[in-house]
Design a protein around this ligand. Structure first.
Ligand code: SF4
Length: 347
């Protein structure tokens, strides 16, 4: 693959792309503007678990079969590739079984979360997984913004709208909650939600209610360190219950031990009220920085590597672009051919 043949994609802003740009503009250029990703399939257990957990939250209690169908579809697509002989390194087969492990884990996490934080009856779900696009306008600058809002809730008592996001982590819960009020995510989701709600009206008991985007609810849950195994088969027989219920009981006990060791460390739901301007100065500065990055052109050398190297080994994993960053550009065509592929553009 020749460097000059790679098409540079149009610029847009989303909360994840903006976070990446502010961390390492070289990685941002590779990922967002070139659409570069590793060949083959990558087992990202944590990301897969998070995605399946999101599906449970999206469909809600009692809709487990929908999530199961979603996971099965993905596994079947992988099996098809394996049958065609595309699984050269065994990663696809491993991913098929790892998705089952993640499905089981995410299922018990969702059940435990719903038990602890059932949605109050006065909160009505406006929508889930809302994909929204808009233009953010500043003097002389227009930045296209897009994103998927996990969930929008309407407080039927007063017309307040809440942006809700579910997250799971294997790290301390504080890593999710610390600084959420000034996070790029909360600020950009607010802008998207405001735009989405601008022309929507709600009718509650025959009374027209104006929607006001009031705040952000973040739900966080620790990923269980145990997976469904033979022990749950044996327990299911001994306890006369399903294997899933036996596993649920074991995970609940695991959470109880963690809570005893460190109270508040396993599951939390926190809301913040939006009480700053829609575009606070901090955000304006970050957006202006992003815009200036976006107009740097097509030469990868214009995008500096992360000199702090902080982003190069985030979450105990090397950055997927490390081989490109470490090699002279003369070697890039060979690396691009052997290690990378261009992700298809979303329509
Ligand atoms: S290896 Fe480091 S410098 Fe290179 S793209 Fe990744 S994060 Fe950026």
């Amino acid at each position: 693959m020749k460097i000059e043949d790679i098409k540079t994609r149009p610029f847009f802003c989303s909360q994840s792309s903006m976070k990446l740009a502010l961390n390492c503009i070289r990685a941002w250029f590779f990922k967002i503007r070139w659409g570069l990703q590793l060949r083959g399939v990558e087992i990202k257990e944590s990301a897969d678990l998070g995605q399946i957990y999101h599906k449970f939250q999206e469909f809600g209690p009692g809709q487990e079969q929908k999530v199961k169908a979603w996971v099965t579809k993905r596994q079947m697509a992988l099996s098809l590739q394996i049958d065609k002989g595309e699984d050269l390194d065994g990663q696809m087969a491993r991913l098929v079984s790892s998705l089952t492990v993640s499905y089981n884990k995410a299922g018990v996490m969702a059940r435990i979360f719903w038990d602890k934080y059932p949605q109050p009856s006065y909160l009505k779900t406006i929508g889930v997984e809302i994909k929204h696009k808009m233009d953010m306008k500043f003097p002389g600058i227009t930045i296209p913004l897009e994103g998927t809002i996990d969930k929008l809730l309407l407080d039927t008592r007063n017309g307040n709208v809440w942006v809700r996001d579910h997250k799971s982590t294997g790290r301390a819960l504080a890593s999710l909650f610390l600084g959420i009020q000034w996070s790029i995510q909360a600020r950009l989701y607010r802008i998207l939600a405001e735009d989405y709600c601008k022309y929507k009206k709600s009718d509650i008991d025959g009374k027209e209610v104006k929607w006001e985007v009031a705040g952000f609810i973040l739900d966080g849950i620790l990923k269980p360190g145990i997976k469904l195994c033979g022990k749950d088969n044996r327990n299911a027989v001994a306890w006369n219950c399903s294997i899933e219920d036996a596993y649920l009981r074991r995970v609940k006990e695991w959470y109880a031990v963690k809570e005893e060791e460190n109270p508040g460390s396993t599951i939390k739901s926190q809301s913040i009220m939006f009480n700053e301007p829609l575009f606070p100065d901090e955000l304006k500065r970050d957006l202006t920085r992003l815009y200036n990055i976006s107009i740097k052109g097509k030469d990868p050398k214009a995008y500096s590597r992360d000199g702090t190297r902080f982003h190069c080994y985030l979450y105990e994993k090397p950055c997927i672009y490390e081989s490109l960053c470490s090699a002279p550009m003369s070697r890039w065509p060979e690396l691009l051919d052997t290690k990378f592929k261009i992700k298809e553009e979303e329509k």
